[in-house]
Structure formats: C-alpha cells, structure tokens
Design a protein around this ligand. Structure first.
Ligand SMILES: *[C@@H]1O[C@H](CO)[C@@H](O)[C@H](O)[C@H]1NC(C)=O
Length: 379
C-alpha cells in the first residue's frame, strides 16, 4: 500500500462506515482480525487466586484502558506487551471502557459484544470486563478544541473510572491505547501513594506549564497562580496517559466533580486550549505523586505531518508511549516507520487479510482499510 495521510485514512474509515451502514447486515461493523497471542502463565511466587473472589481478589493488578475500533490495534499490542512482561500475567485484570451501544445509532462504533469477542479470540484466558461508557455523560461538558481528536468523549472516560469499576477495586493503572510495556507492570502497581495523593504519574517539571492555559486564565486574579497556591509541591505538567489512581480516595474526594467544574468554567471563558488534559492539571498538578520517568517514555508519536521521529528520552525504559499525532501502526502501514515503530511491530497482532478475501464477504465491511474493495482506494 502506498502512503496515506492520517486525514485520508480517517476519510477511508468513514467510507468504510458508510459502506457498512448501507449494505446488507447494516448494523454490524466487523473489526479487523487479530492473531491469538501466546499464552502466559503465572510463575512461582505469584499470589494464589482467592476462590470465588473474582474481580475483588486482593492479589490482582488492575489495568484500565479505553477500547474503540480506531485504536483497537494499539490496545491489542498494549495488552500483549503487558502480559508478556508481567511476572504474574494471570493476576492482571483489565477494565475496558467502550462507547455504550456502539456510540449510538449510526455512530458506526463496534458493539461491546464484538469487542468482547475480539479480545477473547486473541487472549483466551484474559481476565477482563468491558464497561459501556455513555458519551452523553460528557458531551455537554466538552468544548471545541484545536485538535478535534482530543475531544472524543472516550478521552474523558478516565474521569469516570471510579464510578464504573467495582467498589472493591482499590486502585487502577490507567493506560492510553498507544503504549507498550517492556517491564513488569507490577512494579508500577506497587507505587507508594502517600495519604495526601490520589494520583501518581511521571511529572515533567522542565516543560513550560504556563502554556497549557490561556492568558485569560493567568491574568485573572481569581485564577492563575492562585489556583495552585498551597499545593503539596510546585505544579508541573504530567501526562494523563499513564496514571496510578487510588479509586477510593478519588471517590471520597469526588474528583470527577472537581474536574467537571473546570470543564464547566471552560465553557464560560476559555481558560485552556487542549482537550481533556488541562482540567486534570488544574485539579492534580502539584498534588500528584511523582513516578519514575521510565514509566512514561512519551512523545514517540512525534508529528506525522512533519514526518518527525522522536527518540527515547535518556534513562531506563519500562513503558513506551506513542503520544503525539503519529501512531506506529499508521506509519508501518504507510511504509514510513520510525525506528522505534519496529519495536511496536513485534507486539502487533493485526492480521492483514489482503484485498480479495475480505472484499468479497457479502454482509460485512471490515474497518481494516486493506479489506475494502480496491476500487474505493486509489493508493
Ligand atoms: C512559557 O509559555 C508562556 C505562554 O505560552 C510564555 O509566555 C513564556 O514565555 C514561556 N516561558 C518560557 C520559559 O519559555
């Protein structure tokens, strides 16, 4: 396949949805096909499962991620990497947030049942639950942003983890779908959270914190520096793609509400530019417990438009994060991978069925671009 810009790809995906919606079997949008991952088993010294405890088993490590068709290939690779490097892979429990009812009539997103089948096919013994997330829980709170992709309701799902996950789950590691673990996630799980902290994440204090907020914010005597006065430490930027969250403290402090209050204010006066990150910073900057940077080697997505590739930051690496515009699967498909994308590729479970076979399937149109009838594609 030749190169296609992300915008072109988005267009083709849209075409795929339209084709799927207008053909026979219109309600069903088939997901791409994924290979079955190798089976990983607990080694010696792993906590023994408590009979009948299920998700409430205290020996579990809880991972929360969102799940949607667009990033499913990333999620699959992320899950595979977490299992592969875990000392106790059977002790991982995944909590997936997916758009409820496929995002509503005509939204074209896969049904929760389809996602469940796809996960079970690639990871037959994976312990997981999928939680339908209602987009209307946030749509009224989202304001227009410079990068439309950042305003997808599912980006705000992390605010709702404490409401959706079972009460017996004490903490969760939230991960974006464009990450790869290359170390045992239990080390991150065991991060110590002092009593005052609700969230732990790698902080980036050299980043220019001011630029996440508007001049209107900084010049307002009731806002600006005053918002961060009295915090545990000086406010610093942190990336919300990797966070350890104490769900009990989150619930008792009603942190979703605190974040949403900032989103309400944003609708009245523009206090920040980009999507779901700034309200998190407003609530947690200076309050998060710092985690070693090895757990979020971010920015590997670089910028697809400029074609830039970012190297790893200095120091050890436990988790790689393709944040930024470029995604490794898009660059690999386009035949223009960055050097680190080859690492991602070794966890890619996606099966390219080729043009002919899938295109002739009568009732389903795959989301996979390569499965569309050749006539639809000029590249
Ligand atoms: C940080 O960003 C703000 C706002 O964009 C800018 O005014 C300021 O000069 C920047 N500071 C540094 C040290 O780059």
């Amino acid at each position: 396949m030749g190169g296609a810009s992300p915008a072109m790809r988005a267009g083709w995906v849209l075409v795929a949805f339209i084709l799927a919606a207008s053909g026979p079997g219109a309600a069903v949008v088939a997901l791409p096909r994924f290979a079955e991952a190798p089976e990983y088993r607990n080694g010696d010294g792993c906590p023994a499962a408590v009979a009948g405890a299920g998700v409430c088993d205290p020996g579990l490590v809880h991972i929360a991620m969102t799940l949607d068709a667009h990033y499913l290939r990333g999620s699959m690779a992320a899950i595979y990497s977490l299992l592969k490097h875990a000392s106790c892979p059977e002790s991982l429990f995944f909590h997936f947030l997916a758009a409820a009812d496929g995002g509503g009539p005509g939204a074209g997103a896969p049904e929760v049942g389809e996602l469940r089948s796809a996960l079970a096919a690639s990871f037959p013994s994976l312990r997981f639950e999928i939680y339908p997330f209602r987009a209307d829980a946030v749509t009224g709170l989202i304001s227009a942003s410079v990068r439309a992709a950042l305003e997808a309701p599912l980006n705000y799902a992390r605010n709702h983890l404490a409401d959706l996950l079972p009460r017996c789950v004490p903490r969760a590691i939230y991960l974006d779908s464009d990450v790869l673990a290359v170390d045992d996630v239990r080390r991150l799980w065991e991060t110590r959270l002092p009593a005052a902290a609700v969230v732990a994440a790698p902080e980036y204090c050299h980043a220019n914190f001011s630029r996440y907020f508007t001049d209107a914010f900084w010049s307002d005597p009731d806002l600006g520096a005053r918002v961060f006065a009295g915090r545990r430490r000086a406010p610093c930027y942190f990336n919300t793609g990797v966070m350890v969250i104490d769900l009990r403290r989150w619930r008792s402090g009603n942190y979703r509400h605190r974040i949403e209050q900032w989103m309400e204010l944003q609708k009245e006066k523009r206090i920040y530019e980009l999507g779901s990150l700034p309200p998190f910073l407003l609530v947690f900057a200076g309050e998060v417990e710092a985690v070693d940077h090895r757990w979020n080697q971010h920015g590997l997505g670089g910028d697809n438009v400029l074609g830039s590739c970012r190297p790893l930051h200095k120091g050890p690496v436990s988790l790689m994060h393709w944040s930024g515009k470029g995604k490794p699967w898009d660059r690999l498909d386009a035949g223009r991978p960055c050097p680190l994308d080859h690492t991602w590729k070794s966890y890619d479970l996606y099966v390219d069925d080729g043009d002919a076979s899938s295109a002739s399937a009568p009732s389903r149109t795959s989301l996979s671009s390569s499965a569309l009838p050749a006539a639809v594609f000029s590249w």
